[in-house]
Design a binder for this molecule. Structure first.
Ligand code: DGJ
Length: 714
C-alpha cells in the first residue's frame, strides 16, 4: 500500500504555516465534506461533516464546532482522543494548529495532513485524512511524535474523533460468539457512553466485530436516511466510544483499545495509529455498504479486482481422520464436482505428537508420516494430475503445549511467569512481538512454498485469543506494549509473505469470524465468516458482514449442517458469497451431487455479477420469514436475485419485491435458474422501470424454499 501511495503521489497542492491565513480545511469526496477550521485560539475545530454543500462559502455560516482531537487534562469534560503523560509527569496536552497540506493522488484520492503541536511539550500530532472521492469513503489516522528529551507515555491514542449534532442517534452493533457471529441489533443512544470493544488480542472479533452503523434522527433504513458506517483496520483490540454529552452532541472515538496498553514513546519516536475507515450515506445502510464494497475492491482488499476460486475443503467431512488415500479420493471428488481447488484443513502435521486432535502437534509443521507417507508433494502432484489447485491450512501463530516447538522454545510463547497455564482450545499464542518468532512464523509459509511451490492457497487460522498475557521479549519495561507489538509483528510477517508471494491468495480464518478487519484484508483475499454453515444462520451472518464487506471477501461453504435444508437451499445461500463445498460425495444422494455440479457451473456463469456487482439487501432476514438480496452489474446489463422463504406462516403476505440497480429504460428477461431437477423457467420480460417499481412476486409459503433469478437486459 505504501508503495502504491508513493508511486501515485502527484502533487502537493497547498501548504501554509500561518494560522491567520487558514479558513477552512476541506476534506471532501464527491458527496461528503469534512470541514475543519482553526479558531482564534489556534485550536483545530470540526466545523462540518455531512452532505457536500454546493457553495464552499456556505461552510463559513456553520459554527466553528468542537475541537477535532480533544486531549486529556484541558478544558473538556468528556472522553478525550489523546492522553499523554509527559516526561515531567504533566498529564495534559494542548494542541494548536501548525500547518496542513493536501496531496492529490491518483483515481480521485486526496490525502490531507494537518500538523498540530503542544507548544510547551512539543508533542506533535499529525492528523491524516484520505478521501476517496468516487467511493465516498474516508480513512483517518494519527501520528503522534515525542519531541521531548525523555520518553513519554501514551495512555490514549485514538485514530479518529468525529463530532455530530443531531436530535437522535441510533447505533447498530454486530456481536455474538463462536458460530453465532455478527448479530445485528440497534439501540438509541442517550446521555453517557456506549463502548464497543474487545480485549481478546488475536481472535479479537469473536464477541464483537470492528464495525458499526450510526443513523441520525431516525433508526437505520436500508434505502433512506443518513447513516455513517465505520470500521477500524486493526487485527487486534479495538475500541469505539460513542459519548453523548449534556448538550446532546455526540463524539465517536475510534482506535486501538488502550486497555492494558500504555505505550511508551522514546525521544523522537512516533506512534502511528491504525486507520479508521468510514462512509456517510444519505440513502441508508445499503448505499453505505456499496460505498465500502467499491472502495475495498479498488483500494484495500488483496486482489480486490480479481476473481475467486471455488473449492472443496475436507474439514467438515473428515476432521482429523484422514490419510493419503482418503485425500486422493477427495481430490478426485473436487475434480468431479468441478471446483477450482482442493483445500486440505487441520490435521496433516506433527510427528512426535501427531495432530490427531486439537490437543497436540500445533507448531510442528512437518507432515505426519503415518498419514502422509509421501508428504504434501504427493497431494499437489495428484491435484495437478486432476487439474485442480491445492490449498493448505496452517495456524502458524499458535502452539500446543504438547509439541516439539513448545519443548524447544518456551521463551517464544506468551505465558505468565509464576502461574499455572490455562488454555483456550488446548493451545497458546506465540509471541509475535519477538522478531525471532516473526522469522519463525514467516518460515512456516516460506518453507512450505519453497518445498511445495504448487501450493496455490493458504487458509490461515487463529483459534485462540491471547491468554496468560506476558511476553519474555518485552521484559519488565514494556509488558503493556504486547497487545500492540503483537499486531505489528503479525503485519511484519504478512508484509514479508506478500512481498515474496504477491499473487498467493489466502483465507483469513479465526475459529470462524474471529478476525475480519480491513487491515488484515490487505494481505488476505477472503475471510471465513463463521464455522456455522447452517444456511438459515448463514443468511443472518452474511447479511451482517455484507454491511461492510463485499461478497468476494466472504467464504461461504455448503456443508451438512442443518440437513433439514435441501441441498439447493444450502447451495443458494452459499452462492451469495465466495462459493465452496465442505461435504463428501457419500453424504449426498446422486441427484444432490448432480445439483451441486450444476450449481458450480451456474455460479461460474454468474459470479462476476455476485462478486463485483452492487449489492442490494431487498428484504432483511431480520424482518421476518423471508429474505431477498440482489447483485446488479454496474453496467446495468445483468443482475442476480436470491430469494428465501425460511419458516413462512400461512398468513404471511407474499408481497412483491422491488428490484434495484437496473436501467429503468431497458427491458430485461427474468429467468429462474439453478432449479433442482428442472429446467430454467422464464418468468417474463419486463422493463427495468416495472421491475424497480412494481417488482416481482418471489416469495412463497413453502418452508426452507429458495430461488435464484437471473435478470438479463435484452
Ligand atoms: C477453525 C476453523 O474455523 C475451521 O474451519 C477449521 O479450520 C478448524 N479451525 C480446524 O482446526
Amino acid at each position: 500500500m505504501k508503495t502504491f501511495w508513493m508511486v501515485l503521489m502527484i502533487a502537493v497542492v497547498c501548504h501554509t504555516d500561518l494560522r491567520a491565513q487558514v479558513k477552512n480545511i476541506i476534506v471532501a469526496t464527491d458527496e461528503t465534506s469534512l470541514v475543519l477550521t482553526v479558531s482564534g485560539d489556534g485550536r483545530l475545530r470540526q466545523r462540518y461533516l455531512g452532505r457536500k454543500l454546493l457553495n464552499e462559502a456556505d461552510y463559513n455560516a456553520v459554527p466553528q464546532g468542537a475541537e477535532v482531537y480533544l486531549t486529556h487534562g484541558m478544558e473538556d469534560y468528556y472522553e478525550p482522543a489523546l492522553h499523554v503523560n509527559h516526561a515531567d509527569g504533566n498529564p495534559s496536552t494542548l494542541l494548536t494548529y501548525v500547518s496542513h497540506r493536501t496531496a492529490t493522488l491518483a483515481n480521485g484520492v486526496t490525502e490531507t495532513v494537518i500538523m498540530l503541536t503542544d507548544t510547551v511539550y512539543k508533542t506533535e500530532v499529525e492528523l491524516h485524512y484520505v478521501a476517496y472521492a468516487r467511493e465516498n469513503v474516508f480513512k483517518a489516522w494519527t501520528k503522534i511524535t515525542n519531541r521531548e528529551s525523555k520518553p513519554v507515555v501514551l495512555e490514549k491514542y485514538a485514530s479518529s474523533m468525529l463530532h455530530f449534532n443531531y436530535g437522535e442517534y441510533y447505533l447498530s452493533q454486530f456481536n455474538g460468539d463462536w458460530a453465532d457471529e455478527v448479530n445485528l441489533s440497534e439501540q438509541r443512544l442517550s446521555f453517557g457512553k456506549k463502548i464497543l470493544d474487545t480485549k481478546l488480542g488475536t481472535r479479537a472479533n469473536m464477541f464483537v466485530s470492528p464495525f458499526f452503523q450510526l443513523a441520525f434522527n431516525a433508526p437505520a433504513q436500508e434505502e433512506s436516511g443518513t447513516v455513517l458506517t465505520g470500521t477500524l483496520g486493526w487485527t487486534g483490540n479495538f475500541r469505539f466510544t460513542f459519548e453523548e454529552t449534556h448538550s446532546g452532541s455526540l463524539r465517536v472515538i475510534s482506535g486501538i483499545n488502550p486497555y492494558a496498553s500504555q505505550y511508551t514513546l522514546a525521544k523522537g519516536a512516533s506512534f502511528v495509529t491504525p486507520e479508521f475507515i468510514f462512509t456517510l450515506s444519505y440513502a441508508g445502510t445499503g448505499q453505505a455498504g456499496r460505498n465500502l464494497h467499491d472502495w475495498a475492491r479498488l483500494h484495500q482488499l488483496k486482489d480486490g479486482q480479481g476473481t475467486r476460486m471455488t473449492l472443496l475443503n475436507n474439514w467438515e467431512s473428515t476432521y482429523f481422520g484422514f490419510n493419503e488415500e482418503k485425500l486422493i479420493g477427495l481430490i478426485a471428488e473436487a475434480k468431479e464436482l468441478g471446483v477450482d481447488m482442493f483445500l486440505l484443513d487441520d490435521g496433516w502435521f506433527a510427528n512426535k505428537y501427531p495432530r490427531s486432535s486439537d490437543r497436540q502437534g500445533l507448531g510442528d509443521w512437518e507432515e505426519t508420516k503415518d498419514k502422509l507417507p509421501n508428504g504434501i508433494g504427493r497431494l499437489t502432484e495428484e491435484a495437478r494430475k486432476q487439474g485442480v489447485k491445492f490449498g493448505l491450512w496452517i495456524e502458524p501463530e499458535m502452539v500446543n503445549p504438547k509439541s516439539e516447538l513448545y519443548e524447544k522454545h518456551k521463551d517464544w510463547v506468551i505465558t505468565l511467569p509464576n502461574r499455572k497455564e490455562y488454555y483456550y482450545r488446548n493451545q497458546l499464542v506465540l509471541d509475535l512481538s519477538n522478531p525471532k518468532v516473526q522469522d519463525y512464523v514467516y518460515s512456516v509459509v516460506d518453507g512450505l512454498m519453497t518445498k511445495y511451490p504448487d501450493i496455490a492457497f493458504f487458509k490461515w487460522d487463529c483459534n485462540s485469543p491471547i491468554t496468560n498475557i506476558y511476553s519474555k521479549y518485552e521484559g519488565k519495561e514494556h509488558q503493556s506494549h504486547l497487545y500492540i507489538d503483537y499486531v505489528h509483528g503479525l503485519y511484519n510477517v504478512l508484509e514479508r509473505i506478500r512481498a515474496k508471494y504477491p499473487d498467493l491468495p489466502m483465507m483469513l480464518c479465526s475459529g470462524g469470524g474471529g478476525r475480519s478487519d480491513y487491515k488484515a484484508l490487505e494481505y488476505f483475499t477472503e475471510f471465513w465468516p463463521s464455522d456455522n454453515t447452517d444456511p438459515v444462520e448463514r443468511l443472518f451472518i452474511q447479511w451482517g458482514f455484507s454491511q461492510v464487506f463485499p461478497a468476494k471477501a466472504q467464504c461461504a461453504h455448503v456443508t451438512t449442517w442443518n440437513r433439514s435444508a435441501s441441498i439447493k437451499f444450502r447451495t443458494d445461500v452459499a452462492m451469495m458469497g465466495k462459493l465452496g463445498f465442505d461435504i463428501k460425495f457419500e453424504d449426498m444422494k446422486s441427484n444432490e451431487q448432480a445439483f451441486c455440479k450444476q450449481a458450480i457451473r451456474e455460479y461460474n456463469r454468474l459470479k462476476s455479477v455476485i462478486l463485483d456487482g452492487d449489492r442490494y439487501g431487498l428484504v432483511s432476514p431480520y424482518s421476518g420469514n423471508h429474505t431477498a438480496t440482489m447483485y446488479a452489474a454496474k453496467s446495468g446489463d445483468k443482475a442476480v436475485l436470491f430469494s428465501f422463504d425460511i419458516f413462512p406462516r400461512p398468513s404471511d403476505k407474499t408481497y412483491n419485491v422491488c428490484l434495484r440497480g437496473l436501467d429503468a429504460q431497458r427491458r430485461y428477461v427474468v429467468k429462474e435458474v439453478n432449479r433442482m431437477g428442472q429446467k430454467d423457467r422464464v418468468v417474463g420480460t419486463y422493463s427495468g422501470d416495472f421491475l424497480m417499481n412494481v417488482g416481482l412476486s418471489v416469495f412463497t409459503h413453502s418452508k426452507m424454499n429458495s430461488r435464484v433469478f437471473e435478470i438479463v437486459a435484452e
